[in-house]
Design a protein around this ligand. Structure first.
Ligand SMILES: Cc1cc2nc3c(=O)[nH]c(=O)nc-3n(C[C@H](O)[C@H](O)[C@H](O)COP(=O)(O)OP(=O)(O)OC[C@H]3O[C@@H](n4cnc5c(N)ncnc54)[C@H](O)[C@@H]3O)c2cc1C
Length: 459
């Protein structure tokens, strides 16, 4: 879709956020660094001693393998949650890129043996792992691990894999694929006869392992030294519990309203058990206390009301680029269900900062009784220039307000008509987000630069 000169995503695609200039520069630097790392091993082949030339398709297939493997090794960096790297885009965009670029890398890596076998069928005997040399066995291991990794990532929900089981297997397969791939390449050593070329690949391996060690050892150690204590667990409307946490022996961190953190409740930060939740408290609080409001949905969230006050927990954050900031005549917040959490943080923060910029909240819920933060939103209207429009899927009898879902017609009924001048923020279930994107882009002709979104389904 093209709107006002900008391209809107198709339904379900990740939406880019508008970035301040410094953030854009930082983003460009990271893209250049990423390309450098991917291309460096290929360019290095052009220098130093050259082995005798081989047929075109052999060289072509080897080049695929080199680039694919370098891309795979860098995936550890993409998912390492470096705030400085992810900030220009937001975590959802980074994870989306991780998924897409991994598929490209896998296609390149798998193309390597396929092209080779077509060009030189005599090499098919290397598929027999009993008789094949170790360097070919490593190649087979790397390829099988990659294929398993893709199948499990793409069909995780269809295969009914528990998230935690999938996550652990995903990591193990990624390490196996990259390690075996590099062992294959260094073992074959056709192009890596020069020690410095070998060194380049070993450096890339060390970098990948270093990133893994950072995420799985250094970062958890850091979190372990900065724990939080649960100071309150309170029930909200809509099967939701707010968990308030205070820093235990440190000052805590500051976040911007709309951001989120990874919460570990049961166990230590070394376990793969952190879950992402938006902060629902005001970002203006100076005492380091933070709150998350969690709806009961699955095995972790379903036990959230069991969490005892006083329990030690760990928060890795803040992350995300879903934040207020750009000036606009009107901020339009669109929330569906538990997608209200970043919005309530924005609204509470505006109230604490006495910021009376005009805000309209379009809030979709199932029933009147299930509207999380209903009474508080009503009370906050007195302190803010805030209009709240509830849209109910199953309204009570005689309900005079909006019913059904949030559509272009709802926007038109409640917003001043200069739609392209307002700044939009949307968070909710995927179906709602797809519908909002199409209503704003296709019908209200809002430029993409005015639209910000947070999808809770990015992992
Ligand atoms: C940026 C972001 C902010 C969020 N903010 C909120 C919020 O404020 N309030 C709220 O109630 N929910 C929020 N969620 C959703 C919340 O993270 C999931 O509902 C929760 O992790 C589900 O866990 P479960 O074990 O209870 O459910 P399950 O039924 O086990 O999992 C349901 C789905 O949740 C995802 N998921 C499960 N475990 C994890 C994990 N450890 N890490 C990442 N994803 C996982 C998977 O896609 C899984 O298929 C947010 C999600 C994201 C990505």
């Amino acid at each position: 879709m093209t709107v006002g000169g900008s391209v809107w995503p198709r339904s379900g695609e990740i939406v880019r956020k508008r970035e301040p200039r410094s953030s854009q520069v930082r983003g460009a630097v990271w893209i250049a660094t990423y390309l450098l790392f991917i291309l460096a091993p290929l360019f290095a082949l052009l220098f130093g001693a050259h082995p005798p030339a081989r047929p075109f398709w052999t060289e072509f297939s080897v080049a695929r393998g080199y680039s694919g493997l370098a891309m795979m090794a860098l995936q550890f960096g993409l998912t390492a949650r470096f705030r400085y790297v992810t900030e220009p885009w937001g975590e959802d965009v980074i994870y989306h890129f991780h998924r897409q670029i991994s598929l490209c890398a896998v296609v390149l890596v798998v193309a390597h043996p396929i092209i080779l076998f077509i060009a030189r069928p005599e090499l098919l005997s290397l598929l027999n792992s009993i008789t094949a040399p170790w360097r070919a066995r490593f190649a087979a291991l790397s390829t099988y691990a990659l294929i398993a990794l893709v199948v499990m990532a793409v069909w995780r929900t269809k295969l009914r894999l528990r998230y935690e089981t999938w996550h652990l297997t995903h990591l193990a397969l990624a390490v196996a694929a990259v390690a075996a791939g590099i062992a294959h390449m260094v073992g074959w050593s056709f192009y890596l006869a020069d020690p410095w070329k070998r060194g380049l690949w070993i450096a890339l391996t060390v970098l990948a392992l270093g990133l893994l060690a950072y995420v799985r050892i250094v970062k958890p150690l850091f979190l372990l030294r900065r724990p939080y204590r649960i100071s309150e667990v309170r029930q909200e409307r809509g099967d939701t519990w707010t968990v308030v946490m205070e820093p235990d022996g440190h000052a805590g961190f500051r976040f911007r309203s709309g951001q989120f953190g990874w919460l570990t409740v049961w166990g230590s930060p070394f376990k793969l058990s952190a879950h992402p939740f938006s902060f629902s408290s005001s970002a203006a609080a100076a005492d380091g206390r933070v709150a998350m409001s969690i709806r009961k949905l699955g095995d972790f969230t379903g036990r959230i009301d069991d969490v005892p006050v006083g329990r030690r927990v760990y928060i890795d954050g803040p992350y995300g680029a879903f934040t207020l900031g750009n000036p606009a005549d009107l901020h339009v917040l669109v929330a569906g269900g538990i997608g209200i959490t970043p919005m309530i943080s924005m609204i509470r923060t505006l109230a604490d900062e006495r910021d009376r910029r005009p805000v309209v909240l379009l809030y979709g819920s199932k029933t009147w009784e299930q509207i999380t933060f209903r009474e508080e939103l009503e009370a906050l209207k007195a302190r803010l220039d805030l209009t709240v429009v509830h849209v109910l899927e199953s309204p009570p009898e005689g309900w005079p307000g909006e019913r059904g879902f949030i559509t272009a017609a709802v926007f038109k009924r409640h917003l001043p008509p200069a739609y392209a001048d307002h700044e939009y923020f949307s968070c909710g279930p995927d179906v709602m987000m797809d519908a909002i994107e199409s209503a704003l882009g296709d019908e209200l002709k809002v430029p993409i630069s005015k639209y910000h979104s947070e999808r809770y389904s990015f992992v």
